[in-house]
Write a protein that binds this ligand. Structure first.
Ligand SMILES: NC(=O)c1ccc[n+]([C@@H]2O[C@H](COP(=O)([O-])OP(=O)(O)OC[C@H]3O[C@@H](n4cnc5c(N)ncnc54)[C@H](OP(=O)(O)O)[C@@H]3O)[C@@H](O)[C@H]2O)c1
Length: 268
C-alpha cells in the first residue's frame, strides 16, 4: 500500500544544493514539511523559500555534518520546530579525484567522517528516537552507483559509498521489526555542484560550464530524476533506489568476470 506523505516531516542533509535541494522541492510538492541542513546559509535560505512557495514549512539548520553532536542538534531542531520527524535523508557528501596511494591519511579520514560516519550517526540517532517513540519511519542515505565498483582515482570516495550501501542493507533488516524502512539511493553521474567541489578538493579547478562535456548522455542525469526516484521510494519503500539500470548490469557482468573492470575501467 502506498504511504501517505501529506504533512509528514523530512529531514535532509546536503539540502543547500543538487540532489538534496531537488529532493526538498519534490518533497514539498508531495506535501511534506522539510528540515534543511547544510553549511551554506544563503543557499539553504533560497531552498527554504522554494519549499515555502509550495505551501510547506521549511526549517533550516546550518552546520557541518561531521561536527561532534551535529546529528542530535539537527534532530532536536526538527522536533522543536515541527514536533517530530518521519523521514531522514542523509545525503550530504563530496568526492575528490586522487589515487589511493596519493591520498593522505587526513583526506581519507575526512571523507569517511563526512560521507560515512556522519550519515551512519544520523541514521542511528534517528532510529533510536523513532524506536523510543514507537513510531514508524523511513531512513535513507545517498550512496552512489559507485557502491558496486570503484571509479579509478575516486577510490576513497567509492569506498565511502560502498560502505554506506552495506550499512543500509543491514539496517533495513535490523529495523524492519520496528516498522522503520531503510533505503540506499544510487545515482549515476548527476548535474550538481559535485563535480565543481570534487575539482576544487583535488586542486584542479574546473570550467563548470564544460564539466560534463565528455560524459555520454546515457551516464548523466539531472538531480530532479533522483528526487523523483526518492519520492517514489517514500511512497513505496524498498531497500535500494536505482536511477539507471546500467550500473547494476555492469556490476552483474563484473561479478561474473571480475577482470572486466580492468578492461573497461572508467577514466577518472
Ligand atoms: N552528483 C553526482 O554525480 C552524484 C552521483 C552519485 C552520488 N552522489 C551523491 O549525492 C549526494 C549529494 O551530492 P550532490 O551531487 O547533490 O552534490 P552537491 O551539489 O555538491 O551537494 C552536496 C551537498 O552536501 C553538503 N555537504 C557537503 N559536505 C558537507 C559537510 N561537511 N557538512 C554539511 N554539508 C555538507 C553541501 O552543503 P554545503 O555546500 O552547504 O556545505 C551540499 O548541500 C552526495 O552524497 C554525493 O556523494 C552524487
Amino acid at each position: 500500500m502506498a504511504q501517505e506523505l501529506t504533512d509528514r516531516v523530512i529531514v535532509i542533509t546536503g539540502a543547500s544544493s543538487g540532489i538534496g535541494a531537488a529532493t526538498a522541492f519534490a518533497a514539498a510538492r508531495a506535501g511534506l514539511h522539510v528540515v534543511l541542513h547544510g553549511r551554506d546559509t544563503a543557499r539553504l535560505a533560497s531552498v527554504a523559500d522554494g519549499v515555502r512557495a509550495a505551501g510547506r514549512t521549511a526549517v533550516t539548520v546550518a552546520g557541518d555534518v561531521a561536527a561532534p553532536g551535529e546529528s542530535g542538534r539537527l534532530l532536536d531542531a526538527a522536533e522543536a520546530a515541527l514536533g517530530q520527524f518521519d523521514v531522514v535523508f542523509a545525503n550530504a557528501g563530496y568526492g575528490f579525484r586522487r589515487a589511493m596511494h596519493e591520498t593522505s591519511d587526513a583526506e581519507l579520514r575526512r571523507i569517511f567522517d563526512v560521507n560515512f560516519f556522519a550519515a551512519v550517526d544520523l541514521l542511528q540517532q534517528a532510529a533510536r528516537r523513532l524506536i523510543a517513540a514507537a513510531r514508524p519511519g523511513h531512513l535513507l542515505m545517498c550512496s552512489s552507483a559507485l557502491a558496486l565498483f570503484p571509479l579509478i582515482r575516486f577510490s576513497a570516495y567509492s569506498a565511502t559509498k560502498a560502505a554506506q550501501h552495506h550499512v543500509c542493507r543491514a539496517m533495513a533488516l535490523e529495523l524492519r521489526p520496528h516498522r522503520i524502512a531503510v533505503s540506499s539511493v544510487h545515482p549515476i553521474m548527476t548535474r550538481t555542484g559535485f563535480a565543481d567541489r570534487a575539482a576544487a578538493e583535488s586542486g584542479r579547478p574546473l570550467d563548470a560550464a564544460r564539466a560534463y562535456d565528455d560524459v555520454p548522455a546515457l551516464l548523466l542525469q539531472d538531480p530532479d530524476r533522483v528526487a523523483r526516484a526518492v519520492l517514489r521510494c517514500l511512497r513505496r519503500p524498498r531497500p535500494e533506489v536505482w536511477t539507471s539500470r546500467l550500473p547494476r548490469l555492469a556490476a552483474a557482468a563484473m561479478a561474473l568476470v571480475p577482470r572486466l573492470l580492468d578492461v573497461v575501467a572508467v577514466r577518472g
